[in-house]
Design a protein around this ligand. Structure first.
Ligand code: GRF
Length: 222
C-alpha cells in the first residue's frame, strides 16, 4: 500500500456541500488525499469558493465556449490530467459526460448520486421516490462509466421515508448521510482497499463484492 496521499480532483456544479465534507474529513486526518484541483462548469458554483477558501486550485470551463459536448469533455479531462489527479470525484457535477472522453478514466472516477441505484438514475430522485410510495430512499457512490448513473455501485446509505416527508425535507435529510458516505468511500479508495474489477464489479480487499457496501453508524460494512 502506498503511503503518499492519493491526488484527487473534484468536479462540482453547485453549492459544494459534499466537497466541504471531503475537505473536513481530510482536515480531520481521516482522509489520506491531496486535493489537486476543483473544476466546475459554473463560474458561480459555491464549490469553487469553498475550494479557494481551502487553498485548492480551481478552474471553470464554460460549456458555451465549446462547439460540442465532446470538445468540452476532452478539454475537461485534459485539464484534469494536467492537474496530476489520480482519481476524479464527481460531487454534484450536473453534466452528462461523453463516453469516449471518459473511457480513459473508468476505474478512476466516482460519482455520488442521490438514489438507491439502480433505482432513479438521472434527475428528481427525491420526488420520484416519494411519488412511487417507497419506504426507503438513499444515496449511492459508484464508478463512472459511459452509462449515465449506471456504473458499478461501491456503497450506499439508506434512510427511511417518513410520513409527511416532502422533496426538500427528504433531500436535506439524505444530504447529511451523503456527507458521511462520500468521504468513507474515498477513504477506502485512497487506502487502496477498494478498486474496480473490470468490467462491472467492485473489489474490497481483493474480494469481488456481491452487493454494495452499506453505511451504518458512519461506517461502511459488508
Ligand atoms: C448531491 O445531492 C449529490 O448527491 C448530487 O448533487 C448534490 C450535490 O450537492 N449528485 P452539493 O453541491 O454537494 O451540496
Amino acid at each position: 500500500m502506498s503511503t503518499a496521499p492519493l491526488r484527487v480532483a473534484v468536479l462540482a456544479s453547485g453549492r459544494g456541500s459534499n466537497l466541504q465534507a471531503l475537505i473536513a474529513a481530510r482536515d480531520a486526518g481521516e482522509l489520506p488525499v491531496d486535493f489537486v484541483a476543483v473544476g466546475s462548469d459554473k463560474a458561480r458554483a459555491g464549490a469553487l469558493q469553498l475550494a479557494q477558501d481551502a487553498g485548492i486550485p480551481t478552474f471553470t470551463l464554460d460549456p458555451k465556449a465549446f462547439a460540442s459536448r465532446r470538445d468540452y469533455d476532452f478539454e475537461l479531462f485534459r485539464r484534469l490530467e494536467a492537474s496530476g489527479a489520480q482519481l476524479l470525484v464527481l460531487a454534484g457535477f450536473m453534466r452528462i459526460i461523453d463516453g469516449d472522453a471518459l473511457t480513459p478514466w473508468v476505474g478512476r472516477m466516482i460519482n455520488i448520486h442521490p438514489s438507491l441505484l439502480p433505482k432513479y438514475r438521472g434527475l428528481h430522485t427525491h420526488r420520484r421516490a416519494l411519488e412511487a410510495g417507497d419506504a426507503e430512499h438513499g444515496a449511492s457512490v459508484h464508478y463512472v462509466t459511459a452509462e449515465l448513473d449506471g456504473g458499478p455501485v461501491i456503497a450506499q446509505a439508506r434512510i427511511g421515508i417518513r410520513p409527511g416527508d416532502d422533496e426538500p425535507m427528504l433531500a436535506q435529510r439524505l444530504l447529511g448521510f451523503e456527507h458521511q458516505l462520500l468521504p468513507a468511500v474515498l477513504r477506502l479508495i485512497a487506502e487502496g482497499r477498494v478498486a474496480l474489477l473490470p468490467p462491472d464489479r467492485v473489489a474490497l480487499d481483493g474480494q469481488p463484492q456481491r452487493e454494495p457496501l452499506q453505511l451504518r453508524e458512519g461506517k461502511l460494512v459488508d
